[in-house]
Structures are given as structure tokens and as C-alpha cells.
Ligand binder design. Structure first.
Ligand code: IPE
Ligand code: IPE
Ligand code: MG
Length: 245
């Protein structure tokens, strides 16, 4: 699609909780790992058709710190899928000018994956196409605690006066520093909760719950969500212009 044909919208940052892989496989009588594999395919497709939507920032939730509570075999399957995804898709993403940032805690992540993550960020550091944030080993509360530790250290060293702490200082100490807050959050798989995702950043994000399971998510469903978003009126605590005297 040529730039001129791209969709016009006010959607700068889209966040997605890619949920429902397990149920997708259960419904088909398949092992859960098949659902996760299909989930990766669904993400790969999204990274191709998202070009048509004119959305500069995309954040996807791929593994939460709470997901460590799952059986060992499922965890190792998910780790393998991430390894494979970076190994097979990184070059295509780089060639498409995608900039990658992985947000989350590096601690507890297998060393080789940390290397892969670091190298994908390094390789794509100067790209200025789609900004892809992958939330991996991510927890919104951990992110806030991490920011508090950094701010606390700056207070201790005298670089910050605690009375001057403001939203900008908090923002700049989050993993997502420098990025606009998500405009739209889509959660697939019909659950209606945030599950510890971007707790600070979602303050005024529009939320869209999609029944479809993540492996079944597609371009038509994204179009539906974006159309819904484009028909919303974001007030940020204000009242509508027409109601003002
Ligand atoms: C999302 O699918 C992927 C991860 C959380 C890693 P789930 O595995 O949570 O799928 P359901 O919710 O059990 O169907
Ligand atoms: C959220 O899904 C995390 C990811 C999609 C990676 P979960 O499946 O872990 O969330 P809960 O357990 O249903 O809240
Ligand atoms: Mg789930």
C-alpha cells in the first residue's frame, strides 16, 4: 500500500495482549504448544499487515513474569518459540526498517535469549519504521518498582529533589521511556482484564476486548478494532466542547 493510501487515524500507539493460544489448541484437541506456535504465526502476519494501518508504535505482550507459574514444559516451549522467532524473523523485520525494543526484566531470562534480545535491539537501533516493543518477562508492577528504585537512587545522589518528582520523571524511568502512551489496547481471547500490563501507561488508553483467540486474530479484526477506536471520543476528564457554555 502506498503511503497516500494508508489509513488516516489518530492511533499512534497500539498495544495488544495476545491471549487465547491455550484455548485455541484445547478447542481443537491439540497440545497447548500448537496454540503458541499458531500465536507466533498470527504475530508474524500482524507485523506484515500493520503496515497498512499507519500505526507507528506497537507493543505486544508475549510473556508475563506471572507466566513463570506455568508448567516447566510450557515455559520451555515458549522460550524456544521466542528464540526461533528472533532467529527467523529478525532479518525480515530489520529489512523492513522495524526498530525493536524488548521491555521487561532481563533477570531470570536464559542467557542466550538475553543475547538474542540485546542483538535484535542493537541491529535495529537506527531503524525508523515501525517501533515494535515486545513485552517479555514483563510485569507492570515490576516496571513501576524498577522506576522507583532508579528515582530513589537519583534522590540519594542528590540529582532529584523528591518534591520535584512529576509524571515526566516517572515516564522517563519506565521501560517505555520516550514512547507515547498507548491510544488503544486490544485484548483477544475474551478475558476482560489488564493482567499486569502497562499499568501506568494505560491511564487514558481506550480498551477493546476481542472475543477471537489470538491465533485467529487477523486484518479484518484489527480493522474492526481501529474503526471502533476512531469512533470514540476521548475526554481525558474534560466535557465535550458542545456542552461548554
Ligand atoms: C497467551 O495465551 C500466551 C501467553 C500467555 C504466553 P495463553 O497461553 O494465555 O492462552 P489461554 O489464555 O490459556 O487460552
Ligand atoms: C496475559 O495473559 C499475558 C500474555 C498474553 C503474555 P495471561 O493468560 O497470562 O493472563 P491471565 O492469567 O488470564 O490474567
Ligand atoms: Mg491466557
Amino acid at each position: 500500500m502506498k503511503t497516500s493510501e494508508k489509513r488516516e487515524n489518530n492511533l499512534s500507539h497500539l498495544a495488544i495482549i495476545m491471549d487465547g493460544n491455550g484455548r485455541w489448541s484445547e478447542q481443537k484437541g491439540l497440545p497447548r504448544e500448537d496454540g503458541h506456535k499458531e500465536g507466533v504465526k498470527s504475530l508474524r502476519k500482524l507485523l506484515r499487515y500493520i503496515d497498512d494501518f499507519n500505526i507507528p508504535y506497537l507493543t505486544v505482550f508475549s510473556f508475563s513474569t506471572d507466566n513463570w507459574k506455568r508448567p516447566k514444559s510450557e515455559i520451555s516451549n515458549l522460550m524456544n518459540l521466542l528464540r526461533k522467532f528472533i532467529q527467523t524473523d529478525l532479518i525480515e523485520l530489520h529489512n523492513k526498517n522495524v526498530k525493536i525494543r524488548i521491555i521487561g526484566n532481563r533477570e531470570g531470562v536464559p542467557k542466550d535469549i538475553v543475547k538474542l534480545i540485546d542483538s535484535s535491539e542493537f541491529l535495529t537501533r537506527d531503524n525508523d519504521g515501525l517501533y515494535l516493543q515486545i513485552a517479555f518477562n514483563y510485569s507492570g508492577r515490576d516496571e513501576i518498582i524498577n522506576a522507583l528504585k532508579k528515582i530513589g537512587t537519583s534522590i540519594k545522589s542528590g540529582d532529584i529533589d523528591p518534591y520535584n518528582i512529576n509524571e515526566d520523571i516517572v515516564n522517563s524511568n519506565l521501560f517505555t521511556a520516550g514512547l507515547p502512551e498507548p491510544d488503544l489496547l486490544i485484548r483477544t481471547g475474551s478475558e476482560k482484564r489488564i493482567s499486569n500490563f502497562l499499568l501506568w501507561q494505560l491511564a487514558y488508553t481506550e480498551i477493546y476486548f476481542e472475543k477471537a483467540l489470538w491465533p485467529d486474530f487477523n486484518k479484518d479484526l484489527l480493522t474492526k478494532a481501529v474503526n471502533d477506536f476512531n469512533n470514540r471520543y476521548r475526554r481525558y476528564g474534560r466535557i465535550e466542547e458542545r456542552l461548554k457554555k
